[in-house]
Design a protein around this ligand. Structure first.
Ligand code: SF4
Ligand code: SF4
Length: 215
């Protein structure tokens, strides 16, 4: 899921600028789990905007704000409130915010910062495991992603700074490559330690990314 955090209210008010009336949009999926753009946070934002002297014309929690067709359809159902607003304040990830800006030609303001693709350790605790590099090497690295877990993103480690299995950037953290070596050794695949992962071909990762499934 996409992990997001609320921007400070002062930043949001600054971005809203002269827009006096606002329509609020939350997301029922990732932003709800992150407690950044669910029902409760949208209600809190409404209260905060009222206190700051802004009018809220209405609000909606879209089931998946990254679903462009759904966003367009759901906002058409709130047309009058959307029309009455000077700006749309979106409490969703960057993908959700752009679904809204594509659906409605009106000032769109981001209320959240999108942080990373995250795994859920437990409720309210998220960890980045994958950086979406577009060319997965987990088969060669014992199922541990060095692109993400190593602060240097080394494809062939460890670096010279590794100290007794700890990372030179954070002595509290295990070196990603020490973990990979230990896992490979435990699996009895020592021969894999002689292999090196070739440099990544970043040309294979076009931006913006697009994928259409075959029919
Ligand atoms: S190598 Fe790491 S960053 Fe790349 S796709 Fe696999 S898990 Fe994600
Ligand atoms: S110590 Fe290990 S995890 Fe830390 S930067 Fe070096 S190779 Fe990466």
């Amino acid at each position: 899921m996409i992990i997001s955090q609320k921007k400070p209210l002062e930043t949001i008010l600054e971005s809203l600028g002269e827009s006096r009336s606002v329509f609020l949009i939350g997301c029922a999926k990732c932003a709800t789990v992150c407690k950044s753009g669910g029902e409760e946070e949208v209600w809190q934002m409404q209260e905060a905007l009222h206190s700051a002297g802004r009018e809220v014309t209405g609000s909606i929690i879209i089931d998946e704000a990254c679903h462009m067709l759904r966003v367009g359809r759901d906002l058409r159902g709130k047309q009058q409130m959307v029309d009455d607003a000077d700006a749309l304040l979106v409490m969703a990830c960057g993908a959700g915010i752009q679904s809204v800006s594509a659906a409605v030609p009106k000032r769109t303001v981001a209320a959240l910062d999108s942080m990373f693709l995250g795994n859920i350790r437990r409720f309210g605790q998220f960890e980045q495991k994958c950086s979406l590099c577009g060319e997965c090497i987990l088969s060669e690295t014992a199922g541990i992603c060095p692109v993400t877990a190593c602060p240097k993103g080394l494809l062939n480690g460890p670096c010279g700074g590794m100290d007794n299995g700890r990372c030179e950037t954070d002595p509290e953290a295990e070196c990603a490559w020490a973990q990979i070596f230990s896992r490979i050794t435990n699996d009895g695949r020592e021969m894999d330690l002689d292999r090196s992962v070739p440099p990544k071909n970043y040309a294979k990762i076009p931006k913006p990314g697009k994928l259409t499934l075959p029919k």
